[in-house]
Design a protein around this ligand. Structure first.
Ligand SMILES: C[S@@+](CC[C@H](N)C(=O)[O-])C[C@H]1O[C@@H](n2cnc3c(N)ncnc32)[C@H](O)[C@@H]1O
Length: 267
């Protein structure tokens, strides 16, 4: 690869062209990490530099989709960080239910659907103790393929590694190929949609917003702005649920109270 091409100017030229081509604005993502990731992808594809790579993308829509998937990394699995889901169902949801019976949830950056389906399974299990509990789940991602996979709701072993066997038996149907399809009774409670968190206003009011392992490559100011928008989209007392390594610095300035690791409450 011609390393001279890997300059800030070349990179910013590429991000503009790529945004026009694929609709994903790389300027919102951390420059150094993105450059590193893009470089490794370009090397794997044998591109000699940004210009050569762009030509490749322009001539091959399949590569564009593959590259977008590579950039947005949609690894996910059910009950990711099991202890946080236990905390959610033992503490935070009962606290919300002490004020109302119907909860609105948004899984922002839902990838292939494991997160919103985990919410639905958790709520179904909570019904034993909270028979009046009702819920609606809105699940969104920027990646078209991920949203399609989420809607299909078909999972292989790895996605189910943290799901208790009795829950797999209860909420999934095994197919002869060894995959598991989420049952319709669960899927019907979730509305999936394509949404870029960098664009537009957020509609609706939610009691819980989960945005986990999504902002990892976002620029700090973009993250902060996004958390502010989540704050506006939450009902008072609502919960923002983040990934294991994600912290909102000066969260109180945004109007959040950090109630425990990964959980922020709108005050
Ligand atoms: C690692 S997955 C996280 C999935 C799930 N939240 C979890 O924790 O298992 C990150 C997801 O964020 C999505 N994502 C990245 N940038 C995004 C953006 N600008 N708008 C919406 N989703 C985005 C990716 O497409 C990917 O599916």
């Amino acid at each position: 690869m011609n390393m001279d091409e890997n300059t800030d100017i070349q990179y910013s030229w590429f991000t503009k062209k790529f945004s026009a081509l694929a609709g994903l604005d790389l300027a919102h993502y951390k420059c150094q990490q993105m450059k590193r990731r893009i470089k490794s992808y370009m090397q794997a594809k044998g591109a000699s530099g940004f210009a050569d790579f762009l030509k490749m993308l322009e001539n091959n829509p399949v590569t564009v989709v593959d590259f977008k998937n590579f950039l947005t990394i949609n690894v996910s699995y059910f009950f990711r960080d099991t202890d946080k889901w236990d905390e959610m169902s033992n503490n935070h949801v009962p606290a919300l239910l002490s004020r109302k019976n119907t909860l609105a949830v948004w899984s922002a950056g839902c990838s292939i659907g494991c997160e919103p389906y985990t919410f639905a399974i958790m709520f179904e299990e909570m019904r034993k103790k909270h028979p009046l509990l009702k819920y609606s789940i809105f699940a969104t991602d920027v990646d078209l393929e991920a949203v399609a996979a989420a809607k299909a709701g078909m999972y292989a072993g790895d996605a189910l590694k943290s799901v208790r066997p009795e829950l797999i038996r209860k909420y999934f149907t095994a197919d002869p190929g060894g995959k598991h399809k989420i049952n319709g009774s669960i899927a019907n409670n979730i509305k999936f949609s394509l949404l870029d968190l960098h664009k537009g206003r957020f509609e609706g009011k939610y009691d819980i917003i989960a945005c986990r392992n999504v902002v990892i490559y976002f620029e700090e100011n973009i993250k902060y702005e996004l958390y502010g928008k989540f704050h506006s989209a939450l009902n008072p007392g609502g919960i923002l649920f983040l990934g294991g390594s994600e912290i909102i610095f000066k969260s109180e300035e945004l109007g959040f109270k950090n109630i425990s690791m990964c959980f922020y409450q709108k005050v």
